[in-house]
Design a protein around this ligand. Structure first.
Ligand SMILES: Cc1cc2nc3c(=O)[nH]c(=O)nc-3n(C[C@H](O)[C@H](O)[C@H](O)COP(=O)(O)OP(=O)(O)OC[C@H]3O[C@@H](n4cnc5c(N)ncnc54)[C@H](O)[C@@H]3O)c2cc1C
Length: 426
């Protein structure tokens, strides 16, 4: 059967769109020249050591990612992370501090009194200023700053609160936080906590390739043009005519494809920034970090890394017994050139950081450095308004999707892919 819908891009957004098309019985073709799941949601499997190149877990805030997992027949493979995931550390003044102990008594009191503040927030207020208006400058810079580092590898000053934390922003607009909690969406597709898939989230793309491979073309799309009854997809394996298109590539890759058919949208998409991340995956014979989820270093720390995840503590079955496993992140908007650092320089930074924080040496057995020049799309000020302008500038029969069409997360990617396919399959 010839396809009615073409989906360009096989990351989480494209796969969620394909799953929706399948569920509705709409014949579809998906173009992806590289790995299904996107470059981020991919796993590296080596004998005795499996590590994820991008996200390792999610918090199940939105239903779309869980539905994609369900539609791939992987629901029984969902696993909730154990106790180690609850022990999280913050690097403050060159020391690792666990959970609440990271905050001084004064800061804890500031957190309580901040719950009763209801400042007037501008539509484009930054994450940093939103937090500072309630909980003070130090908390906003050091605690919220570290959290923003962990999610976007960016600074809270660079991000728009309304796009980065839309549910919190909407619930707390004109209301104190204590009341906002009651207004936030309660429904979750899974119980609270942190979730992954047995063996890794990379199984999403691998399972999609096995189950839906006959609807996937391993080709790069070079252009899209308007045809008589829809669109012509110009790919490096030939041309295909379809009625509708979902373009689920990163914003920067969508812009040139839209140049002829939606130039105003292309211009807006070209403005979406991303943060660069280096993910240094390691196995150590000697490592003295405490056990837990990992730690983050806010911008004020001046650290040579953004933080580390102790993946071996979270997923003991993915690394060799007796070795400690983790991933240390570097770069971000704080140090974009880190993606050009050589492996030896990265190794040196890991060793010095560990010694500084624990006073003892780190002895590495293996190091696998993955560089992501455009890792996470950033919801910078004006992002919500930009998204509206982009969608408004699209011709009928063409929809856009991707993590950029939300807060930059995997869950946003799944939600936007499913929504785009719903519109295009209607
Ligand atoms: C190191 C790292 C850690 C992360 N951690 C988290 C986390 O903990 N939690 C979280 O929620 N998110 C995390 N993310 C972000 C998250 O992984 C991504 O935002 C999300 O996976 C993006 O999905 P996407 O489908 O929008 O885009 P992508 O995954 O970028 O997929 C787009 C696809 O389009 C394809 N493509 C591009 N151009 C063309 C073309 N011309 N023709 C055909 N195909 C094309 C690309 O090959 C790509 O596969 C992390 C990312 C990284 C890099």
């Amino acid at each position: 059967m010839s396809p009615r819908l073409a989906i360009v891009g096989g990351g989480i957004a494209g796969l969620a769109a394909l799953a929706e098309a399948h569920a509705r019985g709409v014949p579809a073709v998906l173009y992806e020249p590289r790995t299904l799941g996107g470059v981020a949601v991919t796993r590296q499997v080596q004998p005795g050591w499996t590590h994820e190149t991008g996200p390792t877990s999610f918090t199940a805030r939105s239903a779309a990612l869980v539905q994609l997992i369900d539609r791939l027949g992987l629901r029984a493979e969902l696993e909730q992370l154990g106790r180690a995931a609850r022990q999280r550390f913050l690097r403050r003044n060159g020391q690792l501090r666990a959970n609440l102990s990271a905050l001084s008594w004064r800061e804890r009191w500031g957190l309580v009194t901040g719950m009763f503040q209801a400042p007037a927030d501008a539509a484009e207020v930054s994450v940093r200023d939103w937090a500072a208006a309630r909980f003070g400058d130090v908390f906003a810079d050091e605690v919220v700053g570290a959290m923003v580092t962990g999610i976007w590898a960016a600074d809270g000053r660079e991000l728009e609160m309304a796009s980065a934390f839309p549910a919190v922003f909407a619930a707390a607009r004109g209301a104190p936080m204590w009341r906002a909690f009651g207004r936030m969406p309660k429904e979750r597709p899974l119980p609270g906590g942190t979730w992954s898939l047995r063996g890794g989230l990379g199984r999403i793309g691998e399972t999609a390739a096995a189950r839906w491979g006959n609807t996937v073309r391993r080709a790069e799309v070079a252009g899209i043009s308007a045809g008589r009854d829809g669109w012509t997809i110009h790919a490096d394996d030939g041309e295909v005519s379809v009625a509708r298109v979902v373009l689920a590539t990163p914003a920067g890759a969508a812009a040139p494809l839209l140049g002829d058919v939606a130039p105003a949208a292309a211009l807006e998409l070209g403005q979406v920034r991303s943060s660069p991340i280096v993910a240094a995956h390691w196995l150590a014979t000697e490592c003295h970090f405490p056990t837990g989820f990992g730690y983050l270093a806010g911008p004020q720390e001046g650290a040579a890394v953004l933080g580390s995840l102790f993946t071996g503590d979270l997923f003991p079955d993915r690394s060799p017994r007796g070795l400690r496993a983790g991933v240390t992140l570097l770069g971000g908007t704080r140090e974009p050139d880190a993606v050009r650092l050589a492996d030896d320089a990265i190794r040196g930074r890991l060793e010095r950081e560990h010694e500084l924080l624990t006073g003892r040496p780190l002895r590495l057995e293996a190091l696998d450095v993955v560089r992501h020049p455009r890792a996470v799309p950033l919801p910078t000020p004006g992002h919500a308004a930009r998204r509206l302008r982009v969608h408004a500038a699209l011709p009928p029969g063409l929809a856009l999707a991707g993590a950029w069409d939300g807060d930059g997360s995997m869950e946003a990617a799944a939600a936007s892919g499913r929504a785009a396919a719903e519109r295009m399959c209607a």
